[in-house]
Design a protein. Structure first.
Length: 192
């Protein structure tokens, strides 16, 4: 938990610096590129978290990989973290930066899971309704989970709105039987 707090402080400092320079969008793009590289490369993840690899080597590797494609501020940020021994916090700092950016720009990331593929019209209406309700610009992430049977499940930050048929069946079962439905029974219903 302490590491998350530290990562947020670094991310906030980077966000304020990027605002001052007027390159917030570029820094966000840079950090997403770095995040993608960290996710794709096990060697890079291991290097960032290894206490055995010297700081100078880490700085050299980061500069070699990202030196020509990132803004000076983004590269300086990564080098700063490495020099302070905080490079293992890089992924958390990137997540925190994205959250700060989204909050500052009125963007809300939403996960929408449906039992079947939603039509483009349905997707548009759903996003428009959420935007109107929240007053924010919605960035949806649509996915499919056939075990929902029908309906949709929406995740906003750490809140879950479950309008799926499987959730309604579980609730109905609980009301009728006075107990919660077991996962085994939920799985059987989903297979129907």
């Amino acid at each position: 938990m302490a590491s998350l707090r530290i990562a947020k402080r670094y991310a906030l400092a980077l966000f304020r610096s990027s605002q001052a320079e007027g390159i917030t969008d570029k820094v966000l793009s840079d950090l997403r590129q770095v995040k993608s590289a960290i996710t794709a490369s096990k060697d890079l993840r291991v290097m960032l978290h290894s206490p055995v690899i010297r700081t100078a080597v880490k700085v050299s590797v980061l500069t070699e990989i990202f030196g020509t494609s990132l803004s000076k501020l983004s590269l300086d940020f990564m080098v700063f973290l490495a020099e302070k021994g905080r490079e293992p916090l890089l992924a958390e700092a990137i997540e925190s930066f994205e959250s700060i950016y989204n909050e500052a720009n009125g963007i809300l990331k939403v996960g929408i899971v449906s039992a079947t593929q939603l039509s483009e019209d349905m997707r548009s209406k759903l996003v428009a309704t959420m935007a109107k309700t929240t007053g924010k610009r919605i960035e949806p992430n649509f996915s499919i989970d056939p075990t929902l049977i029908g309906g949709i499940r929406i995740r906003v930050a750490d809140m879950l709105y479950d309008g799926s048929v499987s959730a309604q069946l579980a609730t109905l079962y609980g009301r009728l039987s006075g107990t919660e439905m077991s996962t085994e029974l939920q799985a059987k219903i989903a297979m129907m």
